[in-house]
Design a binder for this molecule. Structure first.
Ligand code: MN
Length: 231
């Protein structure tokens, strides 16, 4: 293949235990998937169908070892959202809830970093969220654990600390829409492809970080992450 211009490098993530890397395709993110977080964002938690937004593939940052991300421009409210990340290994459309987990390659710990001021301004004006959510290096993700190695993740502690202090702490069991339900619903609207990631939503306790802060994210059974913010 000859390209007219130099192509950008495909974003990839580390897979725990093997040298082969996971190629990142699209990043789908679930909005408001924990009731307590929906409430803190001023919304009523309910079983309305899940909704999704996207991040570009170049939002992904390999956080399999301690990593630094830049404080992004045009915000005074750079928020952490700790989330369970689902890595799709097998594509498909109109996937059933019963079959959904067979499409999962593995799981990881991720941060849906958000320019909250831009997101809320867009939300309140009825505009797209892109500038608040869909920017480069806004999704640090730890080493993926393969289903073959660690099974599926349906419960377990999820947390993030900032400079050692507690910020977000919940349990994967509190997801309003389960991993299976998210996959099935999403696949009705978009044919899933290998390499797609699904960020499953964040629990309550979202808050701002500043340059110099260090976030430690953990989910029981998965590789934790350490992400520093630089000016
Ligand atoms: Mn999120």
């Amino acid at each position: 293949m000859n390209y007219a211009i130099e192509p950008v490098t495909l974003p990839t993530l580390t897979v725990a235990g093997i040298s082969e890397r996971f190629p990142v395709n699209r990043i789908f993110c679930v909005g408001r998937n924990y009731a307590a977080h929906a409430r803190e964002m001023g919304k009523d938690p309910d079983r309305d169908p899940p909704f999704f937004f996207m991040k570009p593939a170049n939002a992904a940052v390999d956080a399999s070892s301690p990593v630094t991300i830049p404080y992004p421009p045009k915000t005074n409210s750079f928020h952490h959202e700790i989330e369970l990340v689902v890595a799709i290994g097998k594509g498909g459309r109109n996937i059933t809830v019963a079959d959904a987990l067979s499409h999962v390659y593995g799981y990881g710990v991720g941060l849906d970093m958000t320019r909250r001021d831009l997101q809320l301004d867009a939300r309140d004006k009825g505009r797209p969220w892109e500038f608040g959510k869909s920017f480069s290096r806004s999704a640090p993700i730890g080493a993926l654990s393969r289903v073959a190695d660690s099974g599926h993740v349906a419960e377990g502690a999820i947390s993030v600390t900032v400079n050692g202090g507690a910020r977000q702490s919940s349990d994967i069991a509190k997801l309003i829409w389960s991993v299976s339900e998210c996959i099935a619903y999403l696949s009705e609207y978009e044919t899933l492809e290998p390499g797609d990631l699904i960020m499953t939503g964040t629990p309550e306790g979202v808050n701002a970080v500043l340059a110099g802060d260090v976030m430690q994210g953990n989910i029981a059974g998965l590789a934790g992450i350490s992400v520093a913010v630089r000016a």
